[in-house]
Design a protein around this ligand. Structure first.
Ligand code: UP5
Ligand code: MG
Length: 190
């Protein structure tokens, strides 16, 4: 059986994960973009108890239990077709629990690397507070919590990929097109 290939995409809130993943899927037809945050935002509207729990986590900037998120990601991969694809998994894994449960539930899928978008805090804050997509977590109170969670829980995961020799780190300051050139170089595309 041919498995898909996985590229995780990490970076602080507003580092451009969604923006750069969109550029990748617009340019390369074998890439599929799965945003863990988007899947969770869809699942929160289910009206179930799990939906309520997700809503609470998103508003608190905390991380949803891994079994929920990995289940959503796995279902989305199956829906998109398992074979011969490269999945960009945006905004995941965010903590040790996410990382460990992914590799426990899906040990057979090869992980190519983690693309890390490195960006200053002040730039992150400006980008998020200037975004006007109506996201309920784009307010200064929740954003402060998201940044704290990112530093405490997600940055150590970036280090884990680095220690495993699987980190492609790029400077995420500047024009999106220039950053896209860095992304392509980091992923050895073109
Ligand atoms: N923009 C982008 N690039 C720019 C550039 N180079 N120059 C100027 N502007 C730029 O970009 C953000 C904004 O900046 C946009 O307006 C864009 O036009 C502009 P975007 O590409 O959307 O950045 P992104 O990194 O995707 O920011 P996002 O807010 O989505 O990141 P978060 O990590 O905060 O959000 P996510 O959706 O991943 O998660 C939300 C919540 O879900 C989490 O806080 C958590 O509670 C929960 N969650 C989990 O629990 N588990 C998970 O696995 C995932 C999420
Ligand atoms: Mg995003």
């Amino acid at each position: 059986m041919a498995y898909p290939r996985i590229i995780f995409v990490l970076g602080g809130p507003g580092s451009g994960k969604g923006t750069q993943c969109k550029k990748l899927i617009d340019t390369y037809s074998d890439f599929v973009h799965l945003s863990a945050g988007e899947l969770l935002r869809e699942a929160r509207n289910s009206g179930s108890e799990v939906g309520e729990m997700i809503e609470k986590c998103i508003m608190e900037g905390s991380i949803v239990p891994a079994e929920v998120t990995v289940g959503l990601l796995r279902d989305a991969m199956v829906r998109n077709g398992w074979e011969k694809k490269k999945f960009l998994i945006d905004g995941f894994p965010r903590n040790d629990d996410n990382y460990d449960v992914w590799f426990r539930m899906l040990p057979e899928i090869p992980v190519e690397c983690c693309l890390f978008l490195d960006c200053d805090d002040q730039v992150l804050v400006n980008r998020i507070l200037n975004r006007s997509e109506g996201r309920s977590d784009d307010n200064i109170e929740t954003l402060t919590k998201r940044l704290k969670t990112y530093k405490e829980c997600t940055q150590p995961i970036v280090k884990r990929f680095g220690d495993a020799g699987k980190l492609a780190s790029i400077d995420a300051l500047g024009d999106p097109e220039i950053i896209f050139n860095r992304v392509k170089a980091a992923l050895s595309l073109e």
